[in-house]
Design a protein around this ligand. Sequence first.
Ligand code: GMT
Length: 398
Amino acid sequence: MKIGITCYPTFGGSGVVATELGKALAARDHEIHFIAYDLPMRLDHVAERLYFHEVRVNTYPLFEYPPYAIALTSKMVDVVRHENLDLLHVHYAIPHATSAVMAREILDGEGRHVPVVTTLHGTDITLVGQDASYRPVVEHSINASDGVTSVSDWLRRETYEHFKVERAIEVIPNFVDIDRFQRTAKDHFKQAICPEDEKLVVHVSNFREVKRTPDVIRVFNGLLEAGVWPEGHPKHGQQGGVKLLLVGDGPDRCTCEELARELGIYQDVRFLGKQEPVEEILSIADLFLMPSGSETFGLAALEAMACGVPVVSTDIGGLPELNIHGETGFLCPLGDVEAMTAASHQIIANDSLHKKMASAALDRASQMFDIERIVPQYEAYYQHVMDEQAEAIERVRA
Ligand code: GMT
């Protein structure tokens, strides 16, 4: 198939999923055309059957707000016409689904029928999409898509609850490349970050308010105070024994830096900024923290689990579909720093529990969310949508 993929190219789960999906589809002999305003973050190498088309927004003194959705629609039309695409797959409804539906209408007028598949990812449904300034258009674009998928069952239910959507929504969960996200020895980091073989807690996010990153600092502070030096270590019983690595950047980073300074723990926290490849860091972690206020799936937690890292997360959104309480980690009430600290301490201060959870995390990631299992679900869904459209065209002709 020849597939056009549109996503947000910057840091963020939907862009990562879209890019990894495109790369996997290209490896499975499909021709993939990314259509976005910038090169997607993880589209970091040239490969056969992978193409990138940049959307350029022409500015004009009259435009206070450059009309990106229109420029994207025009680019989609152009790429479908010249590359003979079979299908457009857009990730995150705003404005991608709207542009794709409009592009489809323009192309329909030329006798080209290109179905649109929309994947709902997160705040396009749970937050931004519900704002009155977007809602009617989001609702229309979902209903007008030829196929709609969501990344968790919870998100599917939320969509039905908050929007007038009658069409079927297929749940296709996020995925991870088990061969790439693997556990490795900590050796190369030992001197630089944990010279005394301290445990490593990791958090990866875009530091937006919804990620509640200051809670990561507070939980980590609680762990330091409790102390996690293993038995037999000369410092056993003392405070410390753990370091925190923070990957990513965004609005709350400064707040987190200030909080770490205020608590006097800045020397135990490393702010690494935007890092790729993230698997190098996850592969040496002992615990992953995700205290989010809203999370439709939690891709970063899945990537950690694939590296055999137990997860302490909030018990919200799609997270319980990923992180199994008491097996792959713990689920705690939203904002309950004490509970998250106790859960984290329980895992990293107890070697046998840690081992058990690490192995359960890896098993769950590989048995349920391996790329080899999920990508064929997208292929089958594309085929289903294309068959349905072909039948509908036949019916009209007959
Ligand atoms: O919706 C967002 O706020 C951003 C979105 C993204 O595009 O980065 O994240 C969502 O999509 C990810 C990939 O499907 C999920 O793993 C995240 O849980 C989800 N984020 C939220 O729901 C906050």
